[in-house]
Write a protein that binds this ligand. Sequence first.
Ligand code: CP
Length: 302
Amino acid sequence: MKNKSLVSINDFTKEQQLRILDISEEFEKNPTQRILEDFVVATLFFEPSTRTRLSFESAASRLGARVIGFSSASSSSVSKGESLKDTILTVSNYSDIIVMRHPKDGSARYASEVSPVPVINAGDGANQHPTQTLLDMYSIRKTQGTLDNLNIAFIGDLKYGRTVHSLTIALTQFNTTFHLVSPPELKLPSYVKRHIKDRNLAYHQYTDLMEVIPVADIIYMTRIQRERFSDPMEYEKVKNIYNLENAMLAGSKDNVRILHPLPRVNEISLDVDSNPKAYYFQQALNGVFVRQALLATILGVK
Ligand code: CP
């Protein structure tokens, strides 16, 4: 994995993904190790972020790397009309690895093709979010003891939710049964469903969240992605469609955990936070260990 870009979750084999999870476990036990003192990590965020950018920066800092970058396109020369290619070529002169979030699908692949240093996709439009996928896999394995043979329920915006797309593709490697809960206009795209079908796995589609609560091992809630809708009226129609409340979990399995890539808007009530089945803030913490593993591995130190 040394010097390899991570743009799509399929860029790493199953064995490589599992190796990242194993190394993440090592970092969870011992998070402060100055093994990246000779490296500079660039974080280029053309779209807002709290967890992904700050957990990458925290991961790099805990490993002794220096971090440069920007947190919005408006604070870079992109606002003066500079192209993505010129930005990447310039920043690659200043850094050993680039972590990039961009609103356009496919932008991370393009950046990786023009960049002389590895590029990590921190989310490209509605396409993929592979580092979130690895931390989701880490969280699932940690809470369930396995990634195999689980019932995973995805709820909310399955059309635009990039975390759902890349996690679904990854979980097709583990004999998962998928339970897909969304309004009809926000169903999982067919290219993602094709990955499920190609592996001869089962998926079930629902509109009612309550139907999946008794069967799920993981309830993966997602935000309706307002920024991806071209028609604001379409967003208004679905924005409050799902709201998980604590009382709704009464019939859930003992082992179930509630995940959410965050940020949350209104799809999980605050009364769920104190339920031991709520796992979304620990999930965000796991992002630091997984991103430490990614930086150390791609920079060739692990
Ligand atoms: N999960 C996630 O990508 O969160 P941010 O948008 O805050 O980075």
